[in-house]
Design a binder for this molecule. Structure first.
Ligand SMILES: C[C@@]1(CC(=O)O)C2=NC(=C\c3[nH]c(c(CCC(=O)O)c3CC(=O)O)Cc3[nH]c(c(CC(=O)O)c3CCC(=O)O)/C=C3\N/C(=C\2)[C@@H](CCC(=O)O)[C@]3(C)CC(=O)O)/[C@H]1CCC(=O)O
Ligand SMILES: NC(=O)c1ccc[n+]([C@@H]2O[C@H](COP(=O)([O-])OP(=O)(O)OC[C@H]3O[C@@H](n4cnc5c(N)ncnc54)[C@H](O)[C@@H]3O)[C@@H](O)[C@H]2O)c1
Length: 227
């Protein structure tokens, strides 16, 4: 599987299942997509700004929900395996992406009678660290979601300030565009993102970080390594 970032603006995500997992997926996609959650019961957890439909479709009724909502992505998060299989079939037939919460992937093992190729529209939801405009995603091929979560927590601590660093270096790159030749400009930006003192300064204020970055660039241009 190859990670990609997908823009869900103006798209619909159809979630089946109103349990803890359905709520987590609904929250995740509601930041961008219109989300419809279909389930006979809804847990107390936060679902975000979503449309809830309180029904329990049988497998033969699932395609109607796809026709009604035309989802870019469907999430099968019910505790009913036959229903999750029907959701997977409908997603394949209608050309929607599919996220199955009830199956970790083990090689090409058959799921709902699908062959490896037929699972080509399946997606895994990774553990995600977001510090806009930076996003980091972790997956384990479905083998160990607990490890994904642990690594995500480590990244959150280790890379605090990454969003601010992206903004800072974007500004620097724009300002150096007319002042340095491309090779030197790239070297300057690389020196800044690698400089511990800039990361430390980002924890205090952006003004400090900018000053540290300028000094790293001066050092670099005069032959030092900038750290
Ligand atoms: C990353 C994250 C994103 C999210 O869901 O938002 C996510 N699971 C998270 C947490 C988590 N899930 C589970 C535990 C308990 C510990 C454990 O079992 O490991 C914990 C940890 C916890 O809760 O602490 C149990 C579990 N998960 C799946 C199954 C079914 C199965 O394996 O058959 C079962 C067993 C059910 C059972 O039998 O009990 C399946 C999937 N879970 C995935 C994603 C996909 C694979 C991602 C990958 O490749 O790593 C995949 C395949 C499908 C999907 O959902 O996309 C989110 C962390 C968010 C965060 O905190 O950052
Ligand atoms: N991806 C993950 O991280 C993860 C974690 C734990 C469990 N799981 C798997 O995901 C499934 C869901 O987990 P959960 O903890 O949210 O379970 P849960 O039992 O809390 O929730 C299941 C939901 O499905 C709903 N449902 C039942 N029949 C339905 C129907 N016909 N149509 C629509 N909705 C229906 C139930 O009302 C309930 O809201 C589990 O069965 C498990 O296999 C995945």
């Amino acid at each position: 599987m190859i990670p990609l970032l997908h823009d869900f603006t103006d798209s619909t995500v159809l979630v089946f299942g109103g349990g803890t997992v359905g709520a987590r997926k609904a929250r995740r996609f509601a930041r961008e997509a219109r989300v419809v959650v279909v389930s006979p019961t809804f847990t107390d957890a936060e679902f975000g700004d979503v449309e809830r439909v309180r029904v329990a479709p049988t497998p033969d009724k699932v395609p109607e929900w796809f026709d009604r909502t035309r989802p870019a992505l469907a999430v099968a998060a019910t505790d009913d395996e036959d229903l999750n299989d029907a959701i997977a079939r409908a997603a394949r037939e209608r050309g929607s992406l599919l996220n199955r919460a009830d199956r970790s992937r083990r090689g090409n093992e058959s799921v709902d009678g699908a062959t490896g190729g037929e699972r080509s529209r399946e997606v895994v939801v990774p553990a995600t660290v977001r510090d806009d405009p930076v996003v980091m995603a972790v997956a384990t091929g479905g083998r160990s979601p607990a490890l994904s979560r642990y690594l995500r927590e480590r990244f959150e601590t280790e890379f605090a300030g990454a969003g601010a660093m992206a903004d800072l270096t974007a500004d620097i790159r724009a300002e150096l565009r007319d002042r340095l030749p491309p090779e030197k400009r790239r070297a300057a930006v690389r020196a800044v993102v690698r400089a511990d003192r800039v990361w430390k300064a980002l924890g205090n204020s952006r003004t400090n970080a900018r000053q540290e970055a300028n000094s790293v660039i001066c050092d670099m241009l005069s032959g030092g390594d900038g750290r």
